[in-house]
Design a protein around this ligand. Structure first.
Ligand code: SAH
Length: 428
């Protein structure tokens, strides 16, 4: 979501006449977009922010803006007091404060604001900021469809930072998707904190399965992905949509967070281990080879050794394609931070993390062997270390050596080598 916000802001700024620089030392405007989902992310953001202060001394015209969850939807007066040299504090998905700072500080240097009509500036300030502007584009584009979140999982700070759930207008989403495709996008990734709740807060009857159909109809678009889903909302309609819509890729992100029912209850996730297994079974019933990703938090308050073993057993049994692992981090103001004791030591969290990591590496290494010798269609997104880099339908990273220009193409690749984190192949 932050990447999507940053991309959209880049376009809005480009429209205003800014050009990208390769170095912060050359910049007249620096926007630090921030995440606070775990303490480590917050520390990193503040560390980076502190490192920017000295640049102000060298360049008095420099605008430094802080954006995202460190600021939050309600603003952050304490932060503003602590960082008086920061020119703008912008909420997640909302660049208004940055554009105001530009109007105030850069008008003398940057003519563009006088070239841009008031209407355009207003447009840039709107919810879909920058989406129709600029020339930056990518083969795979992120498209937010649900902003905010109203779920209030016990550990999670996101709802308080991004505000309540707001599904965006399906007509606007389709229009934006078409703009992205016209600009060269081949893949669109629909984003939401709980993306499968799309439309439930609206009354036009368009839910995620219907929206996927609408996006699937866009000519020139090759692939659709969506993340992240919550098990409680992943209905039979959704399973059928993934199974039948040709452009929707066979990969589902469905976080479980923990395997133990007591921990799940304390996390306020709203399902049990058995119910999660049931949903996975239902999905695999219709799509035996579909790729499934999950998120896990180890060391949630009160997670006993036996409770952790439930998570281990679940991953060992289900053999999911991806597990995004995190160690529990108490976040200010959340239910678990206020009412539960962070009683699992850092060493123990690390030990549990490593055990799952080792297990998962084995599981995915084994699963990936099934691609060996096969031809899989790969969408090429760019280059890395002298090779072309792309993604298979199952969202595996695939590297290929070729002198052809493959960017934006979907080509069959013969898989010659399969490791846990990537595949290597040759053009078929
Ligand atoms: N909204 C999505 C994902 C949001 S954040 C969802 O509900 O699935 C991405 C992941 O960060 C979460 O799935 C969770 O595993 C992890 N996470 C969130 N809060 C955390 C915390 N306080 N400590 C550790 N990990 C956390």
């Amino acid at each position: 979501m932050n990447v999507a916000d940053s991309e959209r802001l880049s376009r809005a700024l480009e429209k205003l006449g800014y050009n990208e620089t390769n170095s912060v030392d050359d910049a007249d405007l620096i926007v630090l977009n921030t995440c606070v989902v775990r303490q480590s992310a917050e520390d990193k953001a503040l560390g980076r922010l502190n490192s920017l202060k000295q640049l102000k001394a060298n360049n008095p015209n420099l605008i430094i803006a802080l954006m995202g969850c460190l600021v939050g939807i309600k603003g952050n007066p304490a932060l503003e007091k602590r960082y008086p040299w920061v020119d703008a504090f912008a909420a997640p998905s909302d660049p208004e404060a940055i554009l105001r700072a530009i109007q105030e500080k850069h008008t003398a240097i940057f003519a563009p604001l006088s070239n841009v009509s008031d209407d355009d500036i207003t447009g840039l300030l709107r919810e879909e900021f920058g989406i129709h502007a600029g020339s930056l584009h990518a083969v795979s584009e992120n498209l937010p469809i649900v902003l905010g979140c109203s779920h209030a999982c016990a550990y999670c700070i996101i709802p308080s930072k991004r505000g309540k759930e707001r599904s965006r207008d399906p007509k606007r989403i389709v229009e934006e998707a078409k703009t992205m495709v016209a600009r060269g996008a081949k893949e669109i990734v629909l984003l939401g904190q709980i993306v499968d709740r799309y439309g439930l807060d609206r009354n036009d009857g368009v839910h995620l399965a219907e929206l996927l159909k609408m996006v699937n109809d866009i000519d020139g678009l090759e692939r659709i992905r969506f993340l992240t889903s919550h098990p409680n909302y992943f209905t039979m309609d959704m399973i059928k949509a993934v199974a039948t819509l040709p452009k929707v890729m066979p990969h589902i992100e469905l976080p479980i967070q923990a395997g133990d029912d007591g921990v799940l209850k304390a996390m306020r996730r709203g399902y049990t281990n058995a119910q999660y297994r049931e949903i996975i079974a239902r999905i695999r019933d219709l799509m035996p080879n579909v790729s499934i990703g999950t998120d896990i938090i180890v060391g949630f308050p009160g997670e006993s050794e036996a409770a952790f073993e439930e998570t281990y057993k679940l991953l060992a049994d289900l053999k999911l394609d991806v597990a995004h692992l995190a160690r529990y981090s108490p976040r200010p103001g959340t239910y678990s931070e206020r009412l539960l004791v962070d009683d699992i030591s850092a060493e123990e969290k690390m030990r549990r993390f490593r055990r799952l990591e080792t297990l998962q590496k084995q599981v995915v290494g084994d699963i990936n062997q099934r691609f060996l010798g096969q031809a899989v269609p790969v969408l090429f997104e760019g280059r890395a270390k002298g090779k072309w880099r792309g993604r298979s339908p199952h969202n595996r990273l695939v590297f290929v050596e070729s002198n052809e220009h493959l960017l934006g193409q979907v080509r069959d690749v013969h898989i010659d080598w399969a490791g846990p984190w990537s595949l290597l192949g040759t053009l078929a």
